[in-house]
Write a protein that binds this ligand. Sequence first.
Ligand SMILES: [Mg+2]
Length: 459
Amino acid sequence: MPTSSFTNTKSFPTIAKIETFIPGTGGDGGDYHRQKNGHWILDGGKAHCEKPGVKCGISNPMSGWEQYREDRTSWGIGVLGSLVCIITASDGTQGVSTGFGGPPACWLIEQHFARFVVGSDPRDTNRMWDQMFKASTFYGRKGLPVAAISVVDLAIWDLLGKIRGEPVYKMIGGRAKDAKIPFYLTGPEPTQARKLGFWGSKVALPYSPRDGFNFVRRNLDFLKAHREALGDNFPLMVDCYMSLDVHSAIQLAQGAIDEKIDITWWEEVLHPDDFDGHKLLKQRLPQVKWTTGEHEYSRYGFRQLIEGRSVDILQPDVMWMGGLTELLRISAQAAAYDIPVVPHGSGPYSYHFILSQPHSPFCEYIANSPDGMSIAPVFGNLFLNEPVPHGGSIDVSDAPGFGLELNPACELIPSSQFLAPNPDKGLSLTDDDVREKKLREIEAIKTNGIAANGANGHA
Ligand SMILES: [Mg+2]
């Protein structure tokens, strides 16, 4: 019987090392909210409080407490900060990624997830992801552990692209659209979004039900002022950052319909775990577009949103929900229901995904200058060549991986410096330390007696 002449003799590098760092400067890296006070993303834009009907503040789950109402830094939105992950292959090629999670995420990666990555073939993305996710099930599944897995996964994809000399989008389905990716802008001033060439604008809702019984009226006045400034035919969206419930969301959306304030979609109106709430919203107001997903994690969380068929656009954050490996699974699930997937933020990580997915029609950009009137790279000064939209669109480059080059001027603090003195011992005393301490106490009692040792508290 003839044997195949097609044998694969080409060796492929393996993963030799994984390292984590935090950027030395706030605003650099993947934590969108690590900004200096006064940034509009924290307080809604101070300049706007002087305008009639437009007040600073972003409605959020902490709005019920006066001292935490006006600035999201006050309750700790940027407390974790960014991190950078560098993975080095046996041939010296490096993959780089950023995300959020700061020192706690560095600790998880170095102390737990590294064992599933070092020594692996970087093409084995599914196995590495599965092992990281399953090994952290007892403390993970959502939130910080999955955000840490996301950063590792993105660094592996970057490495793979650099070894192969291909952009990531070419490895996950290739170019699904001929045109550039069109963007809408999230920011405090929709008229500025239009001037900059974006196709639409999303504003943050200023008032939650905890601001008082007139929160509906005040929000409608706020949105009406923006709609009047814009005129017709420019999409306006509203981000509610988990600050409403089913009843108040219906009150608001119905109010906008009654007053002919055209809103293209209402985003993240409910707590992320209120899956059934979305069904009630869709039943009551089926003509309204409801979107959510930026605080949901993994295919298990998104399965509930997809099967409920109540969400009109899914908005996973690829730096938070599990990375590109898991996003592709979610995207396949959503495609079977014809639900668009438009990732939350995430810069170039989202651009490569969007370019490769037929049901991902556009992208979000955040007006990340402090006053929200201009745009800058999503990751600050971390990379030398991060693309930003010009005239409201981007064409993804064919540079290998995610096409990002670390900026040598951006200081990176190795995690070994802040996980000291000895990360091997974890965050608490080891059994050996406890035993030694006990022995020293017993020795002190033998030498000085109980009273001198103070063990019984009386001389
Ligand atoms: Mg949002």
